[in-house]
Structure formats: structure tokens, C-alpha cells
Design a protein around this ligand. Structure first.
Ligand code: FAD
Length: 278
């Protein structure tokens, strides 16, 4: 069982707990992006197992009628084992999702996986007529070109600042430069995309900028935030926009919880307060 201190950021160990959390979110008009925790498998067996678990989750989403989609990490379904394994697993997940009318996101990981991830996204989003989404990272210099490629494809694109630490030759290292790039890319997306824009950020400045761009260009967008982060803002924004919460679950919760705490020490305080009920 997940200790109360971690349950602010992780919905539970089982799909049933993740769906229970989804029901509570849906009651607040927030939709769920379900992510089974797991990454960097170096053998085929666990990658196949997680692909199967996602396929079972898709059935649960359909039968429970939850307003939910899924988000899959490439290295969770085999990219570290080999590109072919990754392609096979992500394709069978996307095929099963299309049958059940559930949307599939593909997360973006380290910079050396970007090409393989974009290539499979391109194939699957065309095959499933936009039923697939991809994440791009504003801290990578290549993202300007990647967005031009993505503008012509169906599906959704989640813009994030970037959670990995790519080398300086290919990445922006200053926070201010990443923020400026994030805004520049948002502007491009609102101008050039017909919709399918996902603002994957907790940053009030980026969300306010997206709202401005929406007013200017009329292009629809959604906001995506992590479970346990700015939950009140999620509910407030859901009055006006589509809001999706990224909901991790599964037995590998410890390292995820540790990451949330390390990236923002206040998170530990928030978690302690949640346990104490104040
Ligand atoms: P930051 O730059 O961290 O913070 C900016 C401001 O936001 C802060 O000053 C504060 O006002 C507010 N804020 C931030 N965190 C908190 C908090 N805990 N509590 C209160 N206010 C806060 N990265 C990837 O590389 N690949 C992915 O596939 C990916 N998927 C993601 C999916 C979602 C739904 C989200 C939300 C993020 C994802 N990320 C992903 C992570 C992302 O790249 C960033 O590392 C992460 O979101 C932190 O950047 P930020 O824009 O939220 O704000």
C-alpha cells in the first residue's frame, strides 16, 4: 500500500485505485491521463508486461466509462531493448486504444530517443486519424523544427519545458531561455495548428500566455498538470478550459515520489500537510 505521504502524487498501486481517483477528478470536471509507473526496462519481458497492463487498463477505462486516456513512456514499452520492440508494443497499445476509443499519449524521454519517438507517433497518429499525442520539450533546440513537422500531422502535441538534462550543444540551459522558447513555441502552435494543443505546465505565466493566444487566434487548447500539483488551479481552469491531470499509479511509486520531492522541496511540505489535513 502507498503511504499517505506519497498518495498526494500517486493514485495507488492498482488500476482500480487509479480509476477511483479518475472518478473523483471527473466529478470536478477534470479528466485523467493514466500512467502506469515504469521506465528504462532493459529486457523484453517487463516491457511486454507493461504493454499488456496498458491494454487491460484500456478495457477498464471503456467499461467504467471514465473520462480518461493513457500516457506511455517509450522506455517502459521497450525502447531501451530495441526500437523494434518499442514499435511493436506501442502499436499494439494504440490499436487496442483505437478499438476502445481511448486516446494515447506518448511521453518524451531523453534527447537520444526523440527521433524514434516522433517517427512512431507520425505512423500511429496517421493510422488512427489523430487518436495519438506526442510530447515535445521546449529546452531542446530541435523543437522548433519538430513543431513544423508536427503542424501537418493529425493528433495532439503536449508542450513541456523538459524534465531531462540534455547536453548544452543541443539544449537551452538557462531557465529564462527555456521560458522564452516555451512562449515562442506556444505562439507557433496557436498560429499554425488547427487544435490539439496541450499546455503541459504548472507555470501560471505560460498558462496565462496560452489564454491570451487562444483569445487572439481562437485555437482550442487544453491544460495538463500533474496529480498533486496546483490542484485548486486545475479545478478553477476546468471551468473554462479542458483540463487533464496526469495520474501515475503502480507499484513503482517510490522513485516517482522521490523525483517530485527533489525537483521542488516544498512538495514534501505539501505532502506532509496533506497527511496532517492542513
Ligand atoms: P516550472 O518551470 O517547474 O515552474 C514554473 C512555475 O510554475 C513556478 O514558479 C510555480 O509558480 C509553478 N509551479 C511549478 N511547480 C509547482 C508546484 N509543485 N506547486 C506549485 N506551483 C508550482 N517532461 C518531459 O520531458 N517529458 C514528458 O513527457 C513530460 N510530460 C509531462 C506531462 C505533464 C502533464 C506535465 C505537467 C509535465 C510533464 N513533463 C514532461 C515535465 C515538464 O517537462 C517539466 O519538467 C515540469 O512540468 C516542470 O515545469 P513547469 O512548466 O510545470 O514549471
Amino acid at each position: 500500500m502507498i503511504p499517505p505521504i506519497a498518495s498526494k502524487f500517486v493514485a495507488g498501486e492498482s488500476p482500480a485505485e487509479a480509476l477511483e481517483h479518475t472518478r473523483n477528478l471527473n466529478d470536478r470536471n477534470v479528466k485523467a491521463i493514466l500512467n502506469l509507473l515504469g521506465e528504462h526496462y532493459h529486457e523484453r519481458a517487463p516491457a511486454d508486461e507493461d504493454a499488456e497492463a496498458y491494454i487491460r487498463l484500456l478495457e477498464d477505462i471503456e467499461t467504467s466509462d471514465a473520462d480518461a486516456c493513457i500516457s506511455v513512456k517509450p522506455s517502459q514499452v521497450g525502447l531501451d531493448v530495441g526500437e523494434e520492440v518499442f514499435r511493436e508494443n506501442v502499436e499494439r497499445i494504440a490499436d487496442a486504444a483505437a478499438e476502445r476509443d481511448v486516446f494515447v499519449w506518448i511521453d518524451m524521454e531523453d534527447h537520444d530517443t526523440t527521433d524514434a519517438t516522433l517517427d512512431i507517433f507520425e505512423k500511429l497518429t496517421q493510422k488512427h486519424e489523430g487518436g495519438v499525442g506526442i510530447c515535445v520539450q521546449a529546452n531542446l533546440k530541435r523543437t522548433e523544427d519538430d513543431l513544423k513537422r508536427l503542424a501537418d500531422l493529425p493528433g495532439k502535441v503536449r508542450l513541456v519545458k523538459g524534465a531531462y538534462d540534455p547536453p548544452a550543444e543541443i539544449a537551452l540551459k538557462e531557465k529564462s531561455a527555456v521560458n522564452a522558447a516555451y512562449k515562442e513555441y506556444l505562439q507557433f502552435m496557436f498560429e499554425e495548428f488547427e487544435g490539439g494543443i496541450a499546455v503541459g505546465s504548472h507555470d501560471p505565466e505560460m498558462i496565462a500566455y496560452a489564454e491570451e493566444l487562444h483569445d487572439e487566434y481562437g485555437t482550442d487548447f487544453e491544460v495538463q498538470m500533474l496529480m498533486g500539483v496546483r490542484e485548486d488551479a486545475q479545478t478553477d481552469l476546468a471551468d473554462e478550459y479542458e483540463v487533464w491531470q496526469y495520474v501515475p499509479y503502480g507499484d513503482k511509486w517510490l522513485s516517482y515520489f522521490y523525483r517530485r520531492v527533489m525537483e521542488r522541496k516544498e512538495n514534501l511540505l505539501f505532502a506532509v500537510r496533506a497527511v496532517l489535513g492542513r
